[in-house]
Ligand binder design. Structure first.
Ligand code: SIN
Length: 310
């Protein structure tokens, strides 16, 4: 019932982890592979291993989470080794996330993937908001266009981009016009809402150490923004560019709404962090129950078919 074709492969269901959650080490990745997730993605890799920001750098808060991780990861070679071993035994294409902290590093990461035996899907994270001193690329439209122009001069494997949320119709239009120029496989909407602040009411302090407490917000707080971004790009991008919906998926109803707005695959971050990989089975069951109640037998019956008020 939940089978989802993405590029040329049909996954059992559209659910995945969001990059950054439960995907740092081989043992976490293996747990995702063994879970009911239809697909999964690796932690955003840089060329060299990074320790990331000082702890505490992630906090669960009442309606979601706040984090300023600073791209901790074990380096691109670690994840590439995992990916090559995985694809030798499994047919389902793996998603591989990269996030350079400069244009040059992004190009070097993608060149490495291009020249490797990797046959899966690459996600270029243009929206990492947590490296102190660096604005995120995807809020700089000329820089986004410049990077994608350079990337597609040599990169021929399936490529998607992870985007931050946008909040203005003009920005949806401008970003979509840029993205539509390129042979992208997908866009992933959204990364966390950047630079929120949470105050602990008992102690009057922030809850994470880096950046004086500022960090990306995820979870229930972000669902309406995520749905708006999924819908805005689904209705503006050429049909070859699919949309992955990420943000505020806690239940089957949340998953259903992302699909209704036009998402093809769905990623879960904060709630996976809170609940662990058993969440995938729960959300699949809840989504199937909703589809049965509405008389749908496949996701295609309702995907993208959000109604508006006349
Ligand atoms: C981080 O590692 O700081 C988060 C990465 C991201 O939000 O893209």
């Amino acid at each position: 019932m939940l089978q989802t074709t993405f590029l040329d492969y049909t996954y059992d269901n559209p659910l995945m982890n969001a990059s950054g959650v439960h995907c740092m080490t081989v043992s976490e990745l293996d747990e995702l592979a063994a879970s009911q997730a239809g697909a999964f993605i690796t932690k955003s890799a840089t060329l060299a291993e990074r320790a990331g920001n000082p702890e505490p750098r992630y906090a669960d808060v009442p309606l979601g989470s706040i984090n300023s991780m600073g791209l901790p990861n074990l380096g691109v070679d670690y994840y590439l080794d995992y990916a090559l071993a995985y694809q030798a035994k499994e047919p389902a294409p793996l998603f591989f996330s990269v996030a350079g902290t400069s244009v040059e590093e992004n190009l070097a990461l993608l060149a490495k993937i291009q020249h490797s035996e990797f046959t899966g899907i690459t996600e270029l994270n243009l929206s990492c908001p947590n490296v102190p001193g660096k604005p995120q690329v995807a809020y700089d439209f000329p820089l986004t266009e410049e990077i994608l122009t350079k990337v597609f001069q040599f990169f021929t494997k399936p490529l998607g981009v992870k985007l931050p949320p946008y909040f203005d119709m003009a920005h949806f239009d401008q970003m979509a016009a840029i993205l539509n120029q390129f042979p992208l496989a997908y866009v992933n909407c959204i990364n966390s809402i950047g630079n929120g602040l949470y105050v602990d009411p008992q102690t009057d302090t922030v809850v994470i150490r880096p950046k004086e407490g500022f960090g990306g917000i995820g979870g229930e707080y972000v669902k309406p923004t995520a749905l708006a971004n999924v819908r805005a790009f689904y209705t503006r991008l050429k049909p070859e560019i699919k949309v992955i919906g990420t943000g505020g998926i806690l239940t089957g109803q949340d998953a259903y709404e992302h699909l209704l707005c036009g998402a093809t695959m769905l990623q879960i971050g904060t709630q996976l962090q809170k609940e662990g990989p058993d969440i995938f089975q729960r959300i699949c069951q809840e989504l199937e129950t909703i589809m049965e109640a509405k008389g749908y037998t496949t996701i295609a019956d309702f995907q993208g078919k959000l109604k508006t008020v006349d």
